[in-house]
Design a protein around this ligand. Structure first.
Ligand SMILES: Cc1ncc(COP(=O)(O)O)c(C=O)c1O
Length: 497
């Protein structure tokens, strides 16, 4: 293929060519192992003599950027070193929104999958791959009959199916016209923040809470007021007495602890919102999987004053890669949400929505939910048994009553030490430290068990226990590296309950 080179304006032609090739290599446009064009070809393209190109290649070889393989050609020998995102952004003038968005954004994800991966995801055996593939195929066959872009509120069939499903399983009360399908609940949260929060408006959320939601609120310029949680969820008595514009909550399965908001606190939250004319954004993100009694109905179903916005997602029920979620909003808010959705991205993929509507209507979702619940129950039992058999030194394990993760606090351990010890063992861990607005001593883990093969659970916990043990020893040897200096006794709550 042709190589687009940007030759600098000044200097001898050979030096300009070397500089342009160096730029292409360092920027990653010519990656490690890429073959440089044949010298004759490049010379003809750039109107240079072949000798100039050969000399430029030799210069790059002598600098270590390239290697020559006799009879084969010249190849790139180094990996690019892309400029870190934030460093690059500092050089350009971003809008205030851009500056806020980048200020707290996490470092880009590492693509390498660890040997034992406790990160979020869905197990292949509890994903209805064949049924979804068939439904997508049918949607493709019907594509001619679909509007080119689609209703920004979403597929009529999918909205009706969602209302029926959520009415039955979550106690949601709504008409399909109140549903707007969004690209993952993240978009629903962002959209709510943009529509309802002005810079400096106050927003309350659980502490610890969901960091991706917090980033969306901070990007909107809102001031985040953390409200503590305990074993019964949000401490409603600690909600600001002078109100707020919006409270973001995860009542059915608090993120990250898993606490369920107690019934009397649900009523207290609704009363507080009514008294202060505040919105409630209820994120019901993984209410599908419960391991105790029946789930408590959602807050939206209890709301009589039209101030509850319900955000949900198919990321846990089906797969996060679908990027399909939904907002269910009071009727008065519907036109604004539809207009905002259309402005942001016109609509969520209609092809995917139509396929999902098929899955709901044919009863496939219900069958899948039963199968997936069984699979996750088994995983959960394995995980709790493994934690009971190999306790993590000094850990506080939160009860695992629902969802696909367990929250673990390790008060006496520095995250850096545990990260190193886990990496050495090929363990992929999600650290929960950014769930806190205020910096905390110690370490927290969000251990996801959805994607981990059942056979990897016990070895994974054994490796984690060894990593925690190593990080503890390090703490005793090098106290200066630590977040806290108080050795903790092992207290495991909820394990095997
Ligand atoms: C609290 C919370 N809300 C929502 C989601 C799902 O987000 P999305 O629908 O954008 O995939 C998650 C995923 O882990 C979550 O933890």
């Amino acid at each position: 293929l042709d190589l687009a080179l940007i030759l600098p304006d000044d200097g001898p032609r050979g030096a300009r060519l070397v500089e342009a090739l160096r730029e292409a290599i360092l920027s990653g446009r010519l990656p490690l192992g890429a073959k440089l064009p044949a010298s004759r070809l490049l010379a003809a393209q750039l109107d240079l003599s072949r000798g100039t190109v050969v000399a430029a290649y030799e210069e790059l070889i002598s600098e270590g950027y390239c290697t020559a393989r006799v009879g084969d050609g010249t190849f790139v020998a180094v990996t690019s070193r892309p400029t870190p995102r934030r460093e690059a952004a500092a050089r350009i003038r971003l809008s205030r929104w851009g500056q806020r968005v980048i200020a707290d954004s996490p470092v880009s994800a590492d693509d390498q999958r660890p040997r034992i991966d406790f990160s979020p995801g869905v197990s292949p055996e509890s994903f209805p791959a064949a049924a979804l593939a068939r439904a997508l195929r049918r949607a493709v066959d019907r594509i001619d009959g679909m509007p080119a872009v689609g209703d920004p509120a979403g597929s009529r069939r999918l909205r009706a199916a969602l209302v029926a499903h959520l009415g039955r399983t979550r106690g949601l009360r709504a008409d399909p016209s109140q549903v707007v399908v969004v690209s993952g609940s993240q978009q629903g949260i962002d959209l709510s923040a943009r529509l309802l929060l002005d810079p400096d408006d106050r927003l309350c959320m659980e502490e610890p809470g969901y960091p991706r939601a917090r980033r969306a609120f901070q990007a909107a310029g809102a001031t985040v007021t953390p409200v503590p949680i305990d074993a019964s969820g949000l401490v409603t008595a600690a909600l600001p007495a002078d109100g707020a514009r919006l409270a973001y909550v995860t009542p059915s399965h608090q993120h990250p602890t898993g606490a369920v908001l107690a019934p009397e606190r649900r009523l207290a939250l609704l009363q507080w919102a009514e008294a202060h004319d505040a919105w409630i954004l209820e994120d019901d993100y993984d209410s599908e999987f419960r391991y105790g009694g029946p789930p408590l109905p959602c807050l939206q179903g209890l709301d009589r004053s039209g101030r509850c916005i319900y955000a949900g997602s198919l990321s846990k029920l089906l797969h996060p890669a679908l990027r399909v979620g939904y907002l269910v909003v009071p009727p008065a808010l519907v036109p604004a949400v539809i207009a905002a959705k259309q402005t942001l991205d016109q609509s969520t993929s209609m092809l995917t929505q139509e396929a999902l509507a098929d899955l709901f209507e044919s009863g496939e979702i219900e069958r899948h939910l039963r199968r997936a619940s069984r699979a996750y129950r088994a995983r959960r039992a394995q995980l709790l048994a493994a934690l009971a058999a190999t306790p993590l030194p000094g850990a506080r394990v939160w009860p695992l009553t629902g969802g696909l993760h367990v929250f673990i606090e390790l008060p006496g351990i520095a995250p850096t030490a545990l990260r190193r010890a886990a990496e050495r063992r090929g363990l992929g861990l999600v650290f929960g430290d950014d769930c806190f607005l205020r910096e905390q001593p110690g370490t927290r883990l969000i251990l996801w068990f959805g994607r981990l093969p059942v056979s990897a659970i016990a070895p994974g916990i054994a490796a984690l226990a060894a990593a925690v043990g190593e990080a503890t020893v390090r703490r005793l040897e090098r106290p200066s590296e630590l977040a806290t200096t108080h050795p903790q006794q092992a207290t495991a709550i909820g394990v095997g309950e």
